[in-house]
Design a protein around this ligand. Structure first.
Ligand SMILES: [Zn+2]
Length: 318
C-alpha cells in the first residue's frame, strides 16, 4: 500500500477535528450525546445474533414504546438501543420514580423491580489527593457494573430483570469513562467536591451559561443533548477514525476503566492554578475535547465487547 503523503494526513486530521468541534456545541451532557455516541459505536460493531438478542431484551422494557416515539431511526432495534443508553438519566426527572432518602417511595409499576432512581450508581468518588481524609464513597459505579453484567448473563434471570438491567449497563459503561465520574477532590476536613460539581468555572467557549461547574463542563464536551440521526452518525464516523480501536489491547474490565478515568481526572480534568473560579483556557479546552472524544469512543468499543456474548437467554461461552 502506498503511504499517504504527510500533508494529506495532516489535512485529514484537521478536517476531522473541525467536524468534531462543529458538532460540539454548548452543553447538556455526556449523559445524552456522549451516551448515544458510545451506544451507536457499540451497535455498529455487534453482529446480527447479538443485536437481535439485545433488541429482544429491550422489547420487554416498560418504556420501549416511549423510546420508539422519541427516536429518529428507521431501525426500531437500533433506536431502542440508543434511547436505552440515556434511560438512567431520563428517570432523574420522571415523576414515576423517587430518590431514596429525599422522597417517599412511589408506587411500583409493572415491569420494574422498584421505582428508585439509584443516583449513586452513576459514580464512584475516589480521592484525587490520596493523603486527604475522605469518607468511603456512596457511589457504587464499580460494583454495579460487575453486578449488572452478571445479571445479564444469568440464564436464570427473568426477562423483566434483564430488560431493567440492560439500559443501566449501556449507560454505566459510558459513565465509567467520564473522568469526573470516578474522582473527587477532598478538602482538609474531608469534604469532597462531588466529582467537580462544587468547583465553579468560567467556560468562555460556551456562548450562553459560561458560568458553570467543572463536572457539567466535562459532561457537555461530547456534544449537545439532542444529537441523534444523521449528525450522530457523522460524529461517530469522525470519532472512530480519530480514535481507532487498538487491536492488541487486553480485555478491559470495569476496574480498569475506572482506574483510567481516575488517572485522567488527576492529570487533566482540573484547570491549573489556584483561582477559586478558574477560566477555561484554549489549551485546556482542546485537551479536554480530545480526552472526551477518545473516552466516549473507547466506551463504545468496550460496550460492544461486553455485550457481544449476550444471547436471548444468558450469554454465549467465550
Ligand atoms: Zn449517568
Amino acid at each position: 500500500m502506498t503511504a499517504e503523503p504527510p500533508w494529506r494526513a495532516a489535512r485529514r486530521r484537521s478536517c476531522l477535528w473541525l467536524t468534531l468541534l462543529l458538532v460540539h456545541s454548548p452543553a447538556m451532557a455526556w449523559n445524552a450525546a456522549g451516551h448515544r455516541i458510545s451506544a451507536l459505536i457499540a451497535w455498529e460493531r455487534l453482529d446480527p445474533t447479538s443485536r437481535s438478542a439485545l433488541a429482544g431484551i429491550l422489547r420487554q422494557h416498560p418504556d420501549y414504546g416511549r423510546w420508539q416515539r422519541r427516536a429518529k431511526s428507521s431501525d426500531p432495534d437500533q433506536a431502542a438501543f440508543l434511547e436505552a443508553s440515556t434511560w438512567p438519566d431520563d428517570i432523574r426527572s420522571d415523576q414515576r420514580f423517587y430518590s431514596a432518602g429525599r422522597e417517599p417511595p412511589t408506587p411500583t409499576r409493572k415491569g420494574f423491580p422498584d421505582m428508585e432512581r439509584r443516583l449513586n450508581w452513576h459514580y464512584v468518588d475516589r480521592p484525587l489527593n490520596p493523603g486527604r481524609r475522605a469518607p468511603p464513597s456512596a457511589g457504587r459505579l464499580d460494583r454495579q457494573l460487575t453486578a449488572l453484567a452478571g445479571i445479564l448473563c444469568d440464564a436464570k434471570a427473568s426477562s423483566a430483570e434483564r430488560a431493567y438491567t440492560l439500559p443501566w449497563l449501556i449507560h454505566l459503561v459510558g459513565d465509567a469513562h467520564q473522568p469526573l465520574h470516578a474522582a473527587s477532590r477532598y478538602g482538609p476536613r474531608g469534604d469532597g467536591d462531588g466529582g467537580g460539581n462544587e468547583q465553579q468555572i468560567v467556560n468562555p467557549f460556551q456562548r450562553r451559561h459560561s458560568s458553570t461547574n467543572l463536572h457539567r463542563y466535562w459532561d457537555g464536551l461530547p456534544g449537545s443533548s439532542w444529537l441523534r440521526g444523521r449528525r450522530l452518525e457523522s460524529t461517530v464516523r469522525a470519532l472512530t477514525i480519530l480514535y481507532p480501536p487498538t487491536p492488541t489491547a487486553p480485555a478491559a474490565e470495569p476496574a480498569q476503566w475506572i482506574e483510567e478515568s481516575w488517572r485522567l481526572a488527576r492529570e487533566a480534568a482540573y484547570p491549573p492554578g489556584d483561582d477559586a473560579v478558574p477560566t477555561i483556557s484554549a489549551r485546556f479546552h482542546a485537551n479536554a475535547l480530545d480526552i472526551a472524544g477518545r473516552r466516549v469512543t473507547e466506551a463504545g468499543y468496550r460496550l460492544a465487547d461486553l455485550l457481544a456474548p449476550v444471547r436471548s437467554r444468558g450469554c454465549a461461552a467465550h
